[in-house]
Design a protein around this ligand. Structure first.
Ligand code: G3H
Length: 230
């Protein structure tokens, strides 16, 4: 819940300049609030930057006050959608089952879902990380086409805390997630206190295909440094 339309446009203008020389193979998806997406879309004409939403409802339309439908997103140029973020799970009752319905709806509308999974600190301390992650992945992907899918491993204890998961440990868990998939080529990202000063080590890990960046994405200069990891 960051950035009004005006703030998002200002951010985008700086980011576009910062990424002018960026490697063309880098992919950037800005998952902005619903209210900013339409305006941002009008200011993007191809290039590296794509747009994502932060949620989608599983029905195509109807009496679901406060929800957003797939066609409402695709109509304004959105191509990705975050599903099952830990904050949705923690504060808004998201479960593996509802996340699964949203993933399926996203794909039905031609959107690429970014399914978030991750364990809490107490689950990690209790030695339950592997079981929790495997269950979230399996339940989230029931009847899902794995050809159009991104998964983000976000250990909850590392989100917004500055407490980054060791890159090697993130790599290990992401390898475990990949073992559960039928399509081994699915993009799997790490998220949780990713910053300009740790992105290079994170992206050097063989299993990690990208990053889901929260707080550090709000500054376009720092975010561009993350995109331009070495
Ligand atoms: O939504 C963003 C991710 O949960 C990561 O957030 P963070 O980079 O601020 O830790």
């Amino acid at each position: 819940m960051h950035k009004t339309q005006a703030e998002a446009l200002e951010f985008l203008q700086v980011l576009k300049l910062e990424l002018e020389e960026a490697d063309e193979t880098r992919g950037v998806v800005l998952c902005a609030p619903f209210t900013a997406l339409g305006t941002m879309s009008k200011s993007l004409h191809g290039g590296l930057i794509r747009l994502g939403a932060q949620n989608i409802h599983w029905e195509d339309s109807g009496a679901y006050t406060g929800e957003i439908a797939g066609a409402m997103l695709t109509e304004i140029g959105v191509e990705y959608v975050v599903v099952g973020h830990s904050e949705r799970r923690q504060y808004f009752g998201e479960t593996d089952e509802t996340a699964n319905l949203r993933v399926i709806a996203a794909q039905r509308h031609g959107l690429t879902p970014i399914l978030c999974v991750g364990e809490t600190k107490s689950q990690r301390d209790a030695g339950e990380t592997e079981t929790v992650i495997i269950n979230q992945v399996k339940r989230g992907l029931v009847d899902v086409d794995q050809r159009n899918l991104v998964i983000a491993y976000e250990p909850i204890w590392a989100i917004g805390t500055g407490d980054t998961c060791e890159a090697s440990e993130a790599n290990r868990v992401i390898g475990l997630i990949r073992e559960q998939l039928t399509n081994k080529a699915v993009t799997i990202q790490y998220g949780g206190s990713v910053k300009p000063d740790n992105i290079d080590e994170i992206m050097a890990q063989p299993e990690i295909d990208g990053a889901l960046v929260g707080g550090a994405s709000l500054d376009p200069v720092g975010f561009a440094r993350i995109v331009n990891y070495r």
